[in-house]
Design a protein around this ligand. Sequence first.
Ligand code: SF4
Ligand code: SF4
Ligand code: SF4
Length: 246
Amino acid sequence: MAKVKTDRREFVKYSTLGILGAVLAGSIVFSPQAIKAENRLRPPGAVEEDRFLALCIKCGQCLQVCPYHSIKLADIGMGHGVGSPYIDATERGCYACSAVPCVLACPSGALDHACEKPEDIHMGMAVLEFPDRCLAMTNTPVPKGYNRFMHAFTDAQRNVTNLERELLEKLEGYEGKQCTLCADVCPIPNPLSAIAMVPDKKGGKRPEIYDGCIGCGACEEVCPTHTASIVVKPRVTYDEQYTNKS
Ligand code: SF4
Ligand code: SF4
Ligand code: SF4
């Protein structure tokens, strides 16, 4: 049955350690192309990837002003773009602050100041990657303790903000209920333009993604399934993911 998020983090953590160990042992060779293909989620306003990597001076100002601790700098174990900022939505998505402070803080042009509000953000596109695991589609209640990791992540920060506390409060009360977490946490001012729970043919509900999705990854973070059922594909557009596929 559904495993809670703490299991997922342990898996990610130990998988990462395993890969790092393999690299150190020389059993994996990262070619520049293979590493680039990893395609990380960049902060709001990030220009096209090659320009982003050329422009970013790795100053860390974007992450210093992020009130959710969403942005991290790539460490040496990640191989490519060491020191460049990225968002790991399995740990903490972006919550699309109204004034986009990370963009305002960026001195280099790596984050484009034309990105002034949440609707201007285009980080990627949400996709229901594993519909067979989605709790809403399988009529499985949200498991107990599903948000334990989010509490642990927040507790680990030195300067927990009120916005982080409000986020945790918002996530209370879902246990044992039908899952609507991905749609409920979506930070787009009119969430119906990005995601909504719609009736499914099998009697459950399913999250449906619309072209207002900005790819922030908040839905991926809160999804309570062991591997998130809904994921964000970095830099993919709505048309690329949905319109051109039917
Ligand atoms: S503020 Fe801009 S230049 Fe500095 S690390 Fe962030 S993206 Fe790079
Ligand atoms: S659907 Fe998910 S990725 Fe898209 S804007 Fe809403 S929370 Fe962000
Ligand atoms: S958060 Fe969304 S995708 Fe994940 S289980 Fe709940 S309804 Fe399904």
